[in-house]
Design a protein around this ligand. Sequence first.
Ligand code: FNR
Length: 369
Amino acid sequence: PSIDEIINLHDFEAVAKAILPAKAWAYYSSASDDEITIRENRAAYQRIWFRPRILRDVSTVDWSTTILGQRSTLPVYISATALGKLGHPDGELNLTRAAGKHGVIQMIPTLASCSFDEIVDAAVPGQVQFLQLYVNRDREITKKYVQHAEKRGVKGLFITVDAPQLGRREKDMRMKFVDESGVAKVQEGQDGVKKNEGVARAISSFIDPSLSWKDIPWFKSITNMPIVLKGVATPEDALLAYDYGVQGIVLSNHGGRQLDTARSGIENLIEVVEALKTRGPWPNPKFEVFVDGGIRRASDVLKAIALGAKAVGVGRAFMYSFCAYGQEGVEKAFQIFRDELEMNMRLIGARSIDELVPQMVDASAIHSH
Ligand code: FNR
């Protein structure tokens, strides 16, 4: 279909499924084991209801915000998704170019299929980019990578902490991995691709499973970028992250690709925010909480923000948008978010992100378990 026929983010997924080579579709769409968590990521939002306010003069509404102190035109950032060139020849650059044009923040993946410098070079002046980090067994490689990123102007370091081992994404594993085209070439630290394990496992053998809380002071010593732990799932770990002095966490289950039957990020948000209130007034300017997983509608975004998230991350929807239509697809995805945010904020009675409060949602179906 032509891009003009796309009216919501689900439509991109349908197009991507129809046009992508089987291997790419398997890698992007797969989740671990029985794929229960990926389904739950969507379902959890559908258990949360709005409590809209009326008669508030919503002639103008503003959904811009800041993320780690950086301005963003959307309360949504592009989360890291590996191997963009499996789905489109320009790979991650589709995201960079669209994000630069529209003031959206992109998180660059360690396992991007374009090089880190290519992705930074494609940014326009002032464009904000974050870096997603898989920590290498060889810490010198990681140190160089992080310090290079900081030197190149990256504004935040998202350390992925939910992947000491990659989950078994069985759809992907059934596609025997042969990287003839080189699209899966990763930027750094790759120590021998293993065949017959699916794309995900083949490219991830450098990731260090010994990573622990003891490493956090070291990360703080090698960079001045704000540090965010991506893949937190409990209040216990949220409090540890806070006490270790990082700047934020992403409540995430890696798009359902890691521990299957892990709860959804949005479901964990409520108890995490409750726990963080024991450390001081909320919202806390020193600590931001993000949520990702299953976000396909502005209503999902607004629910997360009302419940205390500073912003949300989106992975597959943006990825599918460039698989289907390149940079233009990503721009269209931003436009869909803007249109839906405007309508939903008007209908909820919130004129700005600050006006989204917990009273605007009924999350009792989540509270009660
Ligand atoms: C991911 N994600 C991910 N996360 C990460 O920290 N490093 C990575 O390399 C990747 N790679 C990756 C590839 C693909 C194909 C997907 C779908 C996801 C997880 C990603 O950052 C994010 O947490 C989820 O994608 C959010 O869920 P949705 O928006 O895809 O439902």
